[in-house]
Write a protein that binds this ligand. Structure first.
Ligand code: IMP
Ligand code: MG
Length: 188
């Protein structure tokens, strides 16, 4: 049994280590910094709860003078692959985004429903630009209408936890990303 499986019930293996994540986030910070002019003000919008760890590291990986941060809370309702699953905005920010450079920060893209719904909403508010940075991308979404410009890592199709990602609210605090053992969901 791996060390991670012994300490954390339900986990099988580490998928992205703390060291790998740190290096990749530093690189993303440099790439994003280089994409915008240095005098452009950047508004980072994190999708809670999952993006809270990634956003806090990513914001500190940028060295531009003007970065502001806000958050949205979205949740996906319904079961599994049910096509009627619906994304609801549970908390909206007060910050107006019209005319601003917006960077949406997401933890993971799976079906793509969340991104489609949230980006439609943000686009309606007429930002100057809207880009997406996701920490993980499962590359499974068939009708993703907004492709992230920056992706931390392509992810395996397993259910992943850690670095903000949860299984029934557990394991968001892990500094690495790990895969859940098949069937472990039922034990929580
Ligand atoms: P989508 O709308 O299906 O793309 O799902 C996006 C949301 O589902 C993400 O923001 C996560 O909160 C959650 N999610 C999807 N896959 C995983 C996973 O493997 N682990 C933890 N959360 C996930
Ligand atoms: Mg989630």
């Amino acid at each position: 049994m791996s060390e991670v499986a012994t300490r954390y019930p339900g986990l099988t293996r580490i998928v992205f280590s703390e060291t790998e994540i740190r290096a990749r986030v530093a690189q993303l910070g440099r790439e994003i910094d280089a994409f915008y002019r240095l005098d452009e003000k950047l508004l980072m919008i994190g999708l809670l709860k999952g993006a809270f760890v990634f956003l806090s590291d990513l914001a500190r990986a940028m060295s531009r003078p003007s970065v502001t941060v806000d958050f949205l809370v979205a949740a996906l309702y319904g079961e599994g692959t049910d096509p009627s699953r619906e994304v609801r905005l549970l908390y909206d920010m007060e910050t107006p985004i019209e005319g601003r450079h917006v960077l949406l920060v997401e933890d993971i893209v799976d079906s793509g429903k969340t991104l489609n719904r949230i980006c439609d909403e943000l686009s309606r508010r007429a930002p100057r630009s809207l880009e997406i940075c996701t920490f993980l991308h499962k590359r499974l979404a068939s009708d993703l209408r907004y492709e992230p410009r920056w992706v931390g890592f392509d992810a395996p199709p397993d259910w992943l936890v850690g670095y903000g990602l949860d299984l029934g609210e557990r394991y968001r605090h892990l500094p690495f990303v790990a895969a859940i053992a098949p069937g472990a969901e039922r034990g929580f």
